[in-house]
Design a protein around this ligand. Structure first.
Ligand SMILES: Nc1c(N[C@@H]2O[C@H](COP(=O)(O)O)[C@@H](O)[C@H]2O)[nH]c(=O)[nH]c1=O
Length: 615
């Protein structure tokens, strides 16, 4: 999937990782410490960072219920109620959910739905199968639907398989065994048209895919700003920036979300209701993130008859006030460390599929930095409010170069009355628990980093905040060749891949070097380098395994000393552990579970120390 797939800058080293682990690299002038884990000690924290689930302490009020009125919302505190008490007609994004709100396959949901006259199950039974004609599209996901209609169907085209293999079922297999031709878009069918079709399928299924791939709910950041980029006047007054039609669209967005999140500031300043009141359908849970719990005694959000409200706060904050909230029916959840990632993990555990962030700039910046925002909806109204202190949609992200800006992808533009809606995806970064060097290793890798320092900067894709650290970043380097002549290489990746074949006394090896040098992109250079390495192992320079780290280090040194802003960026990370968060490359990258050796991160830390004059 474009939004989940990651291209690895180096993957051929995976088998080498095990071999290299625990060995000092022969021929290397750099100290590459052993990666052997220190002997476990009961008082020591583990040497790899694991995502810590919040030890949330919940004050769960009894659900309020008026006589004769069903409980609303899909996420009532008692888990056994989540499905049973959902209004029959509630439309849920991404399809029906089972216990704990976990998305179900369509077939699963239909079988389990309550037997009710005119209810979902009854409707499913009555569902009249479309009579297939040649070339006509039969829509539907229920795996029973197709075999029953199969007598007259000769071909089935599948848009997208379920991202989680164990939830895929056997529909394709059983159809094929019945002699029906089944083609999966992107697998069996590949053309420009099918690529577009696949993109549409992926976008439509984004919440399901993101939840499955990243184990957090699909998160959308929405804001409304003036043409001069303000979300309110300097006084904080914000009613209204966007027009009525745009606000109607926001109700739709809320109606498609499981939760709407705001910070304490928004509650204090706007006293929002955060309901989907003008659209019929699902009512999202409202979540307030407030570290201090310094929230007003009276607020629209405490009216839980309108929608369920959760206050997420720091452990121990204003306990008396917490009790008052609980008395009103508001659920309070305490976190050891209140931050967007832990709140998202919590929402994931609660079964939420998609979440809408309607917060101000401070919280949105924290959420973007924590990499939990996946999509942005920016409503822009044709107004100018001005004001140096007037708030903007996203606070400080620590970037100082325009090249560091996060590029949105799959962007759409839509005019809504007088406003413009721009939406796009933030390219996701794999959620990793990267290895940080062990206590013994850290001082030799980077004296700035204290043992078990948890401040980790991950980089991988070139559009990441620290994407310029990637070898794919578009920074040409001038490097001397064997004869001492200066040659320009488009990227570090070009240089590194080509040097697998440099110095080999064979014209074919020389051709490969030229082929890689002329590759139009670092991706292409990597592909050629790896393919040729597999095809012609005899053309690889014999000392490659022992030299590759030095080759890389020389290239990195050149890159970071050529571009002053890169040196600045590297130095700005002093005190943090750098991890190339490649899920595939276990030699240069940190791996998916932190199992990688992270040599690229180590080299950058080494270089940083060298520039700082600390080695
Ligand atoms: N001012 C502003 C927005 N502000 C957002 O909407 C919230 C108010 O929601 P509610 O109380 O349910 O109407 C507010 O707290 C803030 O999060 N939204 C928009 O679409 N357009 C606007 O101009």
């Amino acid at each position: 999937a474009p939004h989940t797939r990651a291209t690895s800058p180096e993957s051929e080293h995976a088998p080498a990782a095990a071999a290299a682990g625990g060995r000092a690299c022969p021929g290397s002038t750099l100290p590459y410490p052993r990666r052997a884990q220190p002997a476990p000690h009961p008082s020591r924290p583990p040497s790899r960072i694991r995502r810590r689930l919040p030890r949330a302490r919940r004050r769960v009020p009894p659900p309020r219920r008026r006589r004769g009125r069903p409980l609303r919302g899909a996420h009532l505190p008692a888990p056994q109620l989540w499905v049973r008490h959902r209004p029959a007609r509630a439309r849920r994004p991404g399809g029906p959910r089972g216990r704990g709100g976990v998305p179900l396959r369509a077939g699963h949901a239909l079988r389990r739905a309550p037997r009710r006259r005119g209810g979902r199950r009854a409707r499913a039974r009555r569902h009249r199968l479309p009579q297939p004609r040649a070339g006509r599209l039969l829509r539907g996901q229920h795996r029973r639907l197709l075999p029953r209609a199969g007598a007259r169907i000769t071909r089935v085209v599948v848009g997208l398989r379920h991202p989680l293999k164990h939830l895929r079922g056997k529909a394709i297999q059983s159809l094929r065994s019945e002699g029906i031709q089944v083609d999966v878009v992107g697998e069996d069918l590949q053309s420009k048209l099918f690529k577009e079709a696949l993109t549409s399928c992926l976008i439509v299924n984004a919440p399901l895919l993101y939840r499955a791939a990243f184990r957090v709910p699909f998160s959308v950041l929405k804001y409304a700003m003036t043409a001069d980029g303000k979300i309110a006047a300097s006084s904080g007054h914000a009613s209204w920036v966007s027009g009525r039609a745009s606000r109607g669209r926001v109700f739709e967005l809320r109606g498609r979300s499981d939760a709407v999140i705001v910070g304490g500031n928004t509650v204090r300043r706007d006293d929002p209701r955060l309901t989907a009141r003008h659209v019929k359908g699902h009512v999202p849970v409202r979540i307030v993130m407030s570290q201090t719990c310094n929230l007003p005694e009276e607020a629209n959000l405490w009216n839980v008859h309108e929608a369920y409200t959760i206050v997420a706060t720091q452990r121990g904050a204003r306990r008396d006030f917490q009790k008052k909230l609980a008395m009103k029916g508001v659920e309070v959840v305490e976190f050891d460390m209140l931050n967007p990632r832990d709140v998202m993990s919590y929402c994931y555990d609660r079964g939420y599929l998609s979440v809408l962030w309607e917060c101000g700039g401070t919280l949105s910046a924290a959420a973007i930095s924590a990499r939990v925002i996946h999509k942005v909806y920016a409503f822009c109204a044709p107004k100018i409010i001005g004001g140096v202190t007037a708030p903007t949609p996203v606070g400080d992200l620590g970037m100082n170069q325009m090249t560091q800006a996060i590029d949105l992808i799959d962007v759409s533009y839509e005019q809504i009355d007088r406003d413009m809606l721009m939406s796009g995806f933030i390219q996701p970064i794999p959620d990793l628990s990267p290895v940080i060097p062990s206590a013994d290793e850290i001082p030799s890798v980077d004296p700035e980093v204290s043992p078990y320092e948890t401040n980790i900067i991950s980089f991988y894709k070139t559009w990441d905040t620290f994407g310029a650290f990637s070898n794919f970043s578009p920074h040409p380097i001038d490097m001397p060749d064997e004869k001492g002549d200066c040659l320009t290489w488009p990227t570090v990746e070009h240089y590194y891949q080509a040097h697998k074949f440099v110095g080999v006394d064979n014209p074919q090896a020389n051709d490969i070097v030229q082929e890689i040098k002329q590759a139009r992109s670092p991706e292409e250079a990597a592909r050629i380098g790896r393919t040729r390495q597999r095809e012609f192992p005899e053309l690889i320079r014999p000392d490659w395994e022992s030299m590759k780290i030095d080759v890389m280090y020389r290239a990195l040194k050149c890159k970071f000393s050529t571009y002053a802003h890169l040196t600045e960026m590297l130095l700005s990370t002093a005190g943090s552990v750098l991890v190339e968060s490649s899920p595939h490359d276990l030699f240069w990258g940190g791996g998916r579970e932190g199992e990688g050796l992270n040599y690229l991160g180590r080299l950058l830390m080494q270089l940083r120390s060298e520039i700082l004059g600390t080695v």
